[in-house]
Ligand binder design. Structure first.
Ligand code: ZN
Ligand code: ZN
Ligand code: ZN
Length: 156
């Protein structure tokens, strides 16, 4: 779906932005944080915590699960990744800290995820919440379906 023409630059941009954010906030972008973010960004598909643990073993970095979860929490708190609750998986944020509301289009065919923003949708959610005297804290909308590329492929 994503058809990013140059994934190397997706990856290096993501790491560059993460580095900048950590510097600005006075946080340490440790090598484990960097490696895990890199693993999540290795593609546009969701990553599960146990896949990350496996990959760490592959590169001979035996981090214990609590350490990995703490690192994932760090990346989440700083807006560098998102958690997709329905999949219990993580995805790199394509524009960290520019938004609080994210909408994810998840292609069930190619398993790729695209992050979208829509102010109108965010407004509607906030309006609905306030009509119900409800304070939303974490809005993550996941929309499952099929991307154009996969639909086209299926037609061939
Ligand atoms: Zn890419
Ligand atoms: Zn995001
Ligand atoms: Zn697709």
């Amino acid at each position: 779906m994503y058809s990013c023409s140059d994934h190397k630059s997706c990856l290096s941009d993501a790491l560059h932005v993460a580095d900048k954010i950590c510097q600005k906030k006075g946080l340490r972008f440790t090598s484990l944080r960097k490696i895990i973010l890199e693993m999540i960004w290795s593609n546009h598909e969701p990553s599960k915590a146990y896949d990350i643990l496996d990959k760490l073993k592959d590169v001979n970095l035996s981090a214990k699960p609590p350490t990995v979860y703490r690192t994932l929490d760090f990346l989440l708190e700083n807006g560098l990744i998102h958690k997709l609750n329905s999949l219990n998986a993580y995805i790199g944020c394509s524009h960290p800290l520019e938004h609080n509301e994210c909408f994810f289009l998840f292609c069930q065919e190619c398993k790729e995820i695209k992050e979208c923003c829509n102010k109108e949708l965010a407004k509607a959610i906030n309006q609905t919440a306030s009509n119900n005297k409800f304070q939303p804290m974490n809005i993550t909308l996941e929309i499952q379906g099929e991307c154009q590329e996969c639909t086209d492929k299926a037609r061939l």
